[in-house]
Structures are given as structure tokens and as C-alpha cells.
Design a protein around this ligand. Structure first.
Ligand code: SF4
Length: 492
């Protein structure tokens, strides 16, 4: 399979949009745990502390390539297996996005679809099956193939209905043996991909997507794929996206947002869910200027190393909030996971961002290699010191395909390969001789409690809600969910 060249971008786009010979194709994020945020845009798939959903952007991107397709995102729509089952007879091809925690459920959905329509061809996509294609196929005869790595173009070719052997990037069964076609090279010309907002408009309800720290309704998409950093725990760059940032042109991004503002005038904020939107500062500034001309509010993922000059350009052009992966307040733990960030620089970056009035959602991970009771305390103190507006504390999740997973296996740290409990909430899958999984589990609650349940923070949250009844209602609902979450955690 030849690499896509920039010169064929327009040819590709028009071919994808106008071709009429594709199989009737269903793109499905299957039902699994109640409230499971495991769509193709989720970074660690679980049921969250507060009901939250990322957009199924990866599935939408593939759906945009296949005419007459449909995208069904079951969890945010509240759809059960009984709800999606009738779809089996309406389609010839079904593409199911799966993840490590939801895989057993997704297999059951595939089997039920196949039983309802034995002629339905079923393919699985996602990081989990990408790195474990053979065992995934062996899990059930209902799975006809796995599309590995970046699956957009692979799925589009399968949807043409030709033989699987002719499609790069596939694994499938043939007479009992597993066949792997050659790997598909990463897509270089990202502008060749059609916009996802057309699929969002056709198939999704934007009001159903909510993230606690983003304005509601929000809309997220990618402006590029891959991350230059090498963090050992991070799922997408090690399994699907790779370590080069392959990005769309600023004009292409601005044009899609312009279209989105027409389709969704109710959207209050756009989120660029690239692994690290600020990996290319010049491009980030160019996109910001385009967004500034549109007058939209937007937010993105960033590493804690963006220089003040760039922060100012982004802020002046509508940037509201940065999601920053600090991960730990201990330098040795950061070094162990190859984060490539120094704590003193992270402190300086945070001061600058706050001085500019940019809000920060800080992401921290408990139980990474090298974690001790002392480093947990350092991380909590670090968060209290730099004071992001909101935080997220998760537990290290050793996903298959990551360096952390291999390290955990080699050292006997792995205690739970499902990564979630029976309700879909995250568990600590790692346990160290000096720090047990239950200590890591409990540290999350301690972190939240010490960060949020203090007068200064509570006062800031109340101040934010004063005079805004909608926000007040939303925050009260989220607060109640959060307390229930903590209570259920304690019981478990
Ligand atoms: S910088 Fe963020 S997105 Fe990039 S590899 Fe590290 S954790 Fe993953």
C-alpha cells in the first residue's frame, strides 16, 4: 500500500465522498458498563467520577470516509444491547470500537449482532485489538477481522466489499489460520481526511457530551495525530498514533471550526484533543490566530513547557483552558516514565499561564513506577502548591502495547488486567512490594479530598457559580455524583 501523498489529497477527498459502491456500514461504540467513557476519543477508558463522555472522534473519522454509513455511540445515548440489536439486519458491515476494559462486553455485542444477522461482516478497531490482533480474533468467531493501528483508510477499503487479503493493515481468519496483511503506513497528509463535524451533525447529539471542566455543550476533534514524547504509560502514541506529530494545516482546522459554528451554534467551547496540541508551537499559534478571527472559545491538551510568548498568543485568540499532564510531583517518578518535564519548569509554566488568566485542568497519575507513600505526598503537595483550577487523579493503567505494561509484566507488578471493576470504574492494576494496589487506590480519594475539600477551593467554586443558575445546577449535580463515586469507592 503506497503512502498517501499530499498531491492526491483532493482526489482522495472527492473519491471518498462520492463513491457509491460501499457496503452499508455501521460504526458502533458498543454498550458495555453504564456511563462508560470508552469511545474512540477517550484516553483511559472507564466510568468517570462524574458522568463524562469524549466524542468518538476516531470512529467518526472513519465514518466520514464511508458514504451512507452511520455512527452509533451507545453509552452517551444510553443505548442497551437490545436497542442496538435491530441494527444488525440493516447493515452489511459493522465496525466496533473496543478497549481493554470493555473487550469482553464488546465481544458479546458482536456475537449477538452476528446471531441476529449471520451475513453481517464484523470488524474490531482500537488500541487493544491493534496490539493483540491474534488473541482478539481467537476470542470469538463473531469477529471477522481486526483493523490494526490507524484504521480509517483500512476500514474504508473493507467497506468497498473486496477481498480482505487485498487490504493493508488487517488481521483475519482464513481456514482456521490467522492472516496478517502488511502494516499500513501512517497517514501523512492529514488534510486528506474529511471533516468529522459532518458526521457529528448527522449522527450525534452534542448536548450528550459533557466533561466537568469544559463548558457545555462542547465539541472536540483532532487537528493532528501522534505525540513526540515517550511517556511509558501513555496509550495512544505507543499503539496507534506514533511518536511523530502528523498535523493538519491551520487553514484546514479553521475551516472545520468555521463549519462547526454554523452547524452547532449552541456549542460554547471547542476542544482540540490532540495528544499534545502544543507540540508544534508555530502551528499552534497559527491555528489560534485563525480561531481568534472566528471569535470562538477553545481549549486543548498541552505539555507543561509552553513558553509565555506562545501562551499569550493562544490566550489572546480565545484559549480558555489547558489540560496539562503533570502526572507526578516527584522528579524521579517523572524520569522513570520518560515524561521529559522538569518540575521547576512546570511550576514556571503554571505561574505564567495563571498570570495570563488561562485556566488549568491538571492531570495526575498515582502508582507509576517508583511511586512510594512519600512521592504520593509530594504529588499532593505539588498540586496544592501550583493550584490548577481543577484536577484529575487517575491510577496508572498498564495497557497492553505500552512500555509500562511490559515493565509491569517483567517485574510482577500486574495484579489486574481488566483495569476496571465490575461497574467500569478504574482499579489499581499495579502493586509494588513497597506500595500495595489498595494503597494506590486509596491515594486517589485522599488526593481529591485534600485538593477540593478546603475553604479556599470551595470558596472559588461557589464564586464561580454565583449569578449563573445553569452552572449552579450543573455543579450541584456533579458534586452529588462525585460524593456518590467516593462513597462507592470506599465500599469497594
Ligand atoms: S506528553 Fe502526554 S500525550 Fe504525549 S506521550 Fe506523554 S502523556 Fe502521552
Amino acid at each position: 500500500m503506497a503512502l498517501l501523498q499530499p498531491s492526491v489529497a483532493n482526489v482522495l477527498s472527492s473519491r471518498f465522498v462520492t463513491a457509491g459502491s460501499h457496503l452499508r456500514t455501521l460504526f458502533l461504540h458498543p454498550p458495555s458498563y453504564d456511563g462508560f467513557d470508552g469511545g474512540a476519543g477517550s484516553r483511559y477508558q472507564a466510568r468517570r467520577e462524574i458522568r463524562s463522555f469524549w466524542y468518538p472522534t476516531w470512529l467518526a473519522q472513519a465514518a466520514a470516509l464511508v458514504p451512507r454509513s452511520r455512527l452509533v455511540d451507545a453509552p452517551p445515548e444510553g443505548l442497551s444491547l437490545a436497542d442496538v440489536l435491530p441494527l444488525a439486519r440493516e447493515y452489511e458491515l459493522a465496525i466496533l470500537h473496543t478497549s481493554t476494559p470493555s473487550f469482553p462486553y464488546d465481544v458479546k455485542v458482536a456475537e449477538a449482532l452476528k446471531e441476529a444477522n449471520p451475513d453481517l461482516r464484523i470488524g474490531f478497531v482500537g488500541a487493544h485489538v491493534s496490539v493483540q490482533s491474534e488473541p482478539s480474533l481467537q476470542a470469538s468467531p463473531a469477529i471477522d477481522f481486526v483493523a490494526r493501528s490507524e484504521f480509517d483508510l483500512t476500514v474504508e477499503e473493507v467497506a468497498r466489499g473486496g477481498p480482505l487479503r487485498a487490504v493493508a493493515g488487517l488481521s483475519y481468519r482464513d481456514n482456521g489460520a490467522t492472516v496478517h496483511t502488511p502494516d499500513r503506513p501512517p497517514l501523512e497528509n492529514m488534510d486528506a481526511l474529511p471533516f468529522v463535524v459532518d458526521v457529528y451533525r448527522r449522527d450525534l447529539t452534542v448536548e450528550h457530551y459533557a466533561i466537568g471542566y469544559l463548558l457545555h455543550p462542547y465539541l472536540s476533534l483532532y487537528t493532528g495525530r501522534g505525540c513526540r514524547s515517550q511517556c511509558t504509560f501513555c496509550l495512544w502514541p505507543q499503539t496507534v498514533g506514533g511518536h511523530r506529530y502528523r498535523a493538519r494545516s491551520p487553514e484546514h482546522v479553521t475551516e472545520e471550526i468555521r463549519l462547526a459554528t454554523r452547524y452547532f451554534p449552541q456549542v460554547k467551547e471547542y476542544f482540540f484533543d490532540d495528544d499534545t496540541f502544543t507540540d508544534d508551537l508555530v502551528r499552534a499559534e497559527a491555528i489560534a490566530r485563525g480561531l481568534g478571527r472566528l471569535g470562538v472559545t477553545w481549549s486543548c491538551n498541552a505539555k507543561a513547557n509552553v513558553p509565555p510568548e506562545t501562551l499569550k498568543v493562544l490566550r489572546d485568540n480565545g484559549l480558555r483552558l489547558l489540560v496539562v499532564g503533570y502526572e507526578s510531583g516527584n522528579q524521579q517518578v517523572l524520569n522513570n516514565i520518560k515524561k521529559g518535564i522538569r518540575l521547576d519548569l512546570a511550576r514556571r509554566f503554571t505561574r505564567e499561564a495563571k498570570r495570563l488568566g488561562i485556566k488549568i485542568h491538571g492531570a495526575f497519575v498515582m502508582g507509576l513506577p517508583g511511586e512510594t507513600r512519600e512521592t504520593i505526598e509530594e504529588t499532593i503537595r505539588f498540586a496544592l502548591e501550583i493550584e490548577p483550577d481543577t484536577i484529575q487523579a487517575s491510577m496508572a493503567a498498564p495497557y497492553p502495547g505500552t512500555a509500562l505494561y511490559r515493565e509491569a509484566l517483567a517485574n510482577g507488578w500486574l495484579t489486574d488486567t481488566r483495569l476496571v471493576d465490575r461497574r467500569g470504574a478504574q482499579v489499581s492494576a499495579l502493586s509494588y512490594p513497597h506500595l500495595s494496589d489498595s494503597e494506590i487506590f486509596r491515594s486517589v480519594e485522599e488526593f481529591y479530598r485534600r485538593f477540593y475539600f478546603r475553604p479556599r477551593k470551595l470558596f472559588a467554586m461557589v464564586a464561580e457559580m454565583v449569578g449563573d443558575h445553569r452552572l449552579l445546577r450543573r455543579r450541584l449535580g456533579e458534586g452529588a455524583q462525585f460524593l456518590r463515586f467516593l462513597s462507592r469507592r470506599r465500599q469497594s
